[in-house]
Design a protein around this ligand. Structure first.
Ligand code: ADP
Ligand code: MG
Length: 459
C-alpha cells in the first residue's frame, strides 16, 4: 500500500527571535509624558525616560533637525534599551537607523561615506503622487474563451457608479488579474490605470440580500458615486539614501537588496538634494527627519566627530542619538582626554541624558519581564537568587543565565527553574569579576613561558 506523505505542519506562532531588547515595546509613558514605573517592557530609570519622552515628542513633531542627544551611563543601565524604546514609539513613516560606533571602520568605504549614508538613511521623504483609477461596482463580466482552447482571451467588463455605467474591453492580463482576485458581479473594485492593478474594496450593499450565501467575513461597501474615473493621491515614504542608491547609475536599485551600495558620488547626492527641494516647493514632497542612533559612540575618532559637527548644521539632518558608557577618556585618534571621549565642541551641542544603576526591586522586575519574554518559568526562590546575582555581578550576566538555566531545567525534565538550576549555570559560566580573578590567580601559569624567557634574558 502506498503511503501518502502528509506535509509537515510547523508551529508558526513563535517565529520571532528573541533579542536582547525584544521585550521593549516603547518608553512606557502616559499621555502627559510621565513614565509609568513598569510599562511597555520598561522598568524604572524614570528621569531618563521622561527626558527621552521629550526628545520623542520633538522628533514626532518633525520640525526640528540637527539636534543631538547623548545617553550616558554605566554598562547595563538601559541606554540601548531607551533608544529602542524611542524607535518603537516612532510612527511607521519615521525612519530609525541604528549603528555601532565601530561599524564605521569598514574597508569598503571611507568613514565619512559610511556616516553620510547613515545620516541619509535617517531622513525620510514623503512623496505624494496622483494616479488615475477607475472605481465602480461590477455589473457584469463577460469573458470569451477562444473556441480552440488556446490563444488570447478577450472580454468585456461593465462597471457602474450611482450615476453612470460604462463597458470596458478586457485584455488577457486584465482577465487574469480579475480571476486572481476572484472578482464577481456585485463587487466594488478599483483599477489603477497606470499599472492595471485591481483591488477589491468589498461587496456592494445592493447585494446584501445574498448575505447568507457569503459568510460573515464579507465586507459591504457603498456603490461609488460620481464619475468612474478618479484621481487618487498616493503617498510613499522612502529615505534619502534609497533615492541615492536608485539614482546612482553604477549601483541601481538591486543594490538596495544586497545592501552592498559602495560609495555614492557627491554629484548624485547634490542632484537629489536639489530635486527633493524642488519637490518640496511644489508641494509634492515633505521631509521627515528621523533618528540616527550611534551606540558606543566613543569608538568614533576625531575625523568622525568633526563630520558630525558639520552634518548637524545641515537642514537635511536627522535627530542624532548617541550612547556611551565611558567617563573621561582619550578621544580616539588623539592624545587629548575629554568627557565620554567626545570633543568638547561637539559635547557642547548635546542634550545629555544620564542613566543610573537599578535598585534591587527594579532588577527583579526586569528579570521577571525577561523570563516572560524567553518563556522560562522561575520559582520564587530562584527569582530572588537570580536578582541577587544581578545586583552583585551585572544585570546582563543575570539575563544571560535565564535561558541557560531554562535549558538545564528542561534537561532534567523540570518545568520551573529552581535554585539548583541557577547554581549550576552560575558555576558553569563565569561573570566578568570571577573571570578576571581567575586570570589573576593563574596568570603565572598562563605566562609561564614568557616569564621564564624574560628571566633567562636578564641573567
Ligand atoms: N529600564 C529597563 N527596563 C527593561 N529592560 C531594561 C531596562 N534597562 C535595561 N534593560 C535590559 O537590560 C539589558 C542591558 O541593558 P542595555 O540597554 O543593553 O544597557 P546599556 O546599553 O546601558 O549598556 C538589555 O537586555 C535591556 O533590554
Ligand atoms: Mg548598550
Amino acid at each position: 500500500m502506498a503511503t501518502t506523505k502528509v506535509p509537515e505542519v510547523r508551529d508558526t506562532t513563535r517565529i520571532e527571535r528573541i533579542g536582547a531588547h525584544s521585550h521593549i515595546r516603547g518608553l512606557g509613558l502616559d499621555d502627559a509624558l510621565e513614565p509609568r514605573q513598569v510599562s511597555q517592557g520598561m522598568v524604572g530609570q524614570l528621569a531618563s525616560r521622561r527626558a527621552a519622552g521629550l526628545i520623542l515628542e520633538m522628533i514626532k513633531d518633525g520640525h526640528i533637525a540637527g539636534r543631538a542627544v547623548l545617553i550616558a551611563g554605566q554598562p547595563g543601565t538601559g541606554k540601548t534599551a531607551i533608544a529602542m524604546g524611542i524607535a518603537q514609539s516612532l510612527g511607521q513613516d519615521t525612519p530609525f537607523t541604528a549603528l555601532a560606533g565601530s561599524e564605521i571602520f569598514s574597508l569598503e568605504m571611507s568613514k565619512t561615506e559610511a556616516l553620510t549614508q547613515a545620516f541619509r538613511k535617517a531622513i525620510g521623504v514623503r512623496i505624494k503622487e496622483e494616479t488615475e483609477i477607475i472605481e465602480g461596482e461590477v455589473v457584469e463580466m463577460q469573458i470569451d474563451r477562444p473556441a480552440t482552447g488556446t490563444g488570447a482571451k478577450v472580454g468585456k467588463l461593465t462597471l457602474k457608479t450611482t450615476e453612470m455605467e460604462t463597458i470596458y474591453d478586457l485584455g488577457t492580463k486584465m482577465i487574469e488579474s480579475l480571476s486572481k482576485e476572484r472578482v464577481q458581479a456585485g463587487d466594488v473594485i478599483t483599477i489603477d490605470k497606470a499599472t492595471g492593478k485591481i483591488s477589491k474594496l468589498g461587496r456592494s450593499f445592493t447585494k446584501a440580500r445574498d448575505y447568507d450565501a457569503m459568510g460573515a467575513q464579507t465586507q459591504f461597501v457603498q456603490c461609488p458615486e460620481g464619475e468612474l474615473q478618479k484621481r487618487k493621491e498616493v503617498v510613499h515614504t522612502v529615505s534619502l539614501h534609497e533615492i541615492d542608491v536608485i539614482n546612482s547609475r553604477t549601483q541601481g536599485f538591486l543594490a538596495l537588496f544586497s545592501g552592498d551600495t559602495g560609495e555614492i558620488k557627491s554629484e548624485v547626492r547634490e542632484q537629489i538634494n536639489a530635486k527633493v527641494s524642488e519637490w518640496r516647493e511644489e508641494g509634492k514632497a515633505e521631509i521627515i527627519p528621523g533618528v540616527l542612533f550611534i551606540d558606543e559612540v566613543h569608538m568614533l575618532d576625531m575625523e568622525c566627530f568633526s563630520f558630525l559637527n558639520r552634518a548637524l548644521e545641515n537642514d537635511l539632518s536627522p535627530v542624532l542619538i548617541m550612547a556611551t558608557n565611558r567617563g573621561i577618556t582619550r578621544i580616539r585618534g588623539t592624545n587629548y582626554e575629554s568627557p565620554h571621549g567626545i570633543p568638547i565642541d561637539l559635547l557642547d551641542r548635546l542634550l545629555i541624558i544620564a542613566t543610573s544603576p537599578y535598585t534591587e526591586k527594579e532588577t527583579k522586575q526586569i528579570l521577571k519581564i525577561r523570563c516572560e519574554e524567553e518563556d522560562v518559568e522561575l520559582s520564587d526562590e530562584a527569582h530572588t537568587v537570580l536578582t541577587r546575582i544581578g545586583m552583585e555581578t551585572s544585570l546582563r550576566y543575570a539575563i544571560q543565565l535565564i535561558s541557560t538555566a531554562g535549558l538545564v531545567c528542561r534537561k532534567r525534565k523540570g518545568t520551573e527553574v529552581q535554585v539548583e538550576d541557577i547554581k549550576r549555570v552560575y558555576s558553569l559560566f563565569l561573570d566578568e569579576a570571577r573571570s578576571s580573578q581567575y586570570m589573576k590567580d593563574y596568570q603565572d601559569s598562563f605566562l609561564f613561558n614568557e616569564a621564564q624567557a624574560a628571566q633567562m634574558d636578564m641573567s
